[in-house]
Design a protein. Structure first.
Length: 377
């Protein structure tokens, strides 16, 4: 398969057989709460043309809360409180699903609605169920339309923005690329309203300079901003998936981005395998363990986390919970599944295997976090 290096490659079925396209509330719903129906019909027409040319398409769409809030007359765009957001989403999801069914049917395509919460992507079994559903829908030529299930999601189990949801959906669907449609052309080397700001067309690796350019999250109809798009890029590229950002405010935005190569492409990294892709994309952690410099070096070489290298434990996690691994300076360097609960980790930290057996009363496990259940970040 051809390598994706520029925006136009995302529109080629040879280099990108499966594309996830995400659009946010600000693109779908105007500042007055009215739906931008003509814009959406134009975008769907472009996506239908890609599908007819041999690509498979998944849409990740915001907009349910904004649509429901406008219908119900709720203040703050429906985000004044969690109950308001849930009520607005319940009403808006019906309207949004009907809208996509209508505009896709006009192109001869069938729409499917999939509503997900963070827990659906964090729990391994539910993640695999979602993946199987996406696979079958795509085999049938259906266009899945995915949204966060805001009608039931609480603050504790929300993705918080659909950029990261799109990256996780791309993992579950085993997509080749994600296209995030934004209100700017892509990532700039400084805030785009600053004089001399230049669009960054390609990012090989996400480092401190790139993170600084992204800036903080924004306020408004959506909940993301460039910072959330960068977080999505880290999830996707770590899983071997290309992520691109392009301007969605124009009519027929796909043609503008692809034909003129206007946007930012984040290069895919070497994929570590399906289970580690899932681990690397998880967002909620039950706790952390801090490790010494020797353990950091060992992890960089592909080793497991041993109790002897642990210097601190935070949180109240159970065996099998997803936790972070931080270096002596508190920087997160890896993520993984704990083989012991937090209390046992505290009892074992800094201890060698022979001492661990005395503490436990039985032979210790080979590691606190096994390398097969660990991914570097």
């Amino acid at each position: 398969m051809a390598t994706i290096t520029k925006l136009s490659d995302l529109g080629d079925a040879r280099s990108c057989p499966l594309l996830v396209v995400k659009l946010g509330s600000a693109l779908l719903v105007g500042s007055d709460g009215a739906l931008r129906r003509e814009w959406l019909a134009g975008l769907v027409g472009e996506l239908a043309a890609l599908q007819r040319a041999g690509q498979k398409i998944v849409i990740v769409s915001s907009g349910a809360i904004a649509l429901g809030a406008a219908r119900l007359g709720l203040p703050g765009g429906g985000r004044a409180s969690l109950p308001d957001a849930q009520a607005a989403a319940s009403v808006g999801q019906v309207e949004l699903a009907g809208l996509y069914a209508e505009v896709l049917a006009a192109e001869g395509l069938v729409a499917a609605q999939i509503l997900l919460t963070l827990e659906d992507m964090e729990d391994r079994r539910r993640y695999l169920n979602a993946s199987a559903t996406l696979d079958r829908l795509l085999e049938l030529g259906v266009v899945p339309v995915v949204n966060e299930n805001d009608s039931v999601a609480t603050e504790e189990i929300r993705f918080g923005d659909n950029d990261r949801l799109a990256a996780r959906v791309a993992q579950a669907a085993r997509a080749d690329a994600v296209l995030l449609l934004s209100d700017v052309d892509g990532l700039y080397d400084r805030p785009p309203h600053h004089e001399g700001a230049a669009l960054v067309p390609h990012v090989d690796a996400i480092g401190d300079t790139v993170r600084a350019a992204a800036g903080p999250a924004q306020d408004g109809p959506g909940t993301g901003g460039m910072a959330s798009k960068l977080a999505a890029a880290e999830i996707a590229t770590r899983a071997g998936i290309v992520l691109a950002i392009a301007n969605g405010t124009h009519d027929r935005p796909i043609a503008r981005a692809f034909d003129q190569d206007i946007g930012t492409v984040f290069a895919a990294q070497s994929g570590p395998g399906a289970r580690k892709n899932w681990l690397g994309g998880r967002l909620s952690k039950a706790g952390t363990v801090q490790v010494d410099a020797g353990c950091c070096d060992a992890l960089a070489s592909g080793a497991s986390v041993l109790a002897a290298g642990i210097t601190g434990v935070e949180g109240d996690f159970a065996r099998g919970d997803f936790i972070g691994i931080v270096d002596p300076y508190g920087r997160e360097i890896a993520l993984g599944l704990a083989e012991y609960d937090a209390a046992t980790c505290r009892a074992l930290m800094g201890k060698r295997n022979d001492v661990q057996a005395e503490i436990l009363g039985y032979a210790p496990r080979s590691a606190v976090i096994h390398r097969d259940h660990l991914v570097m970040v």
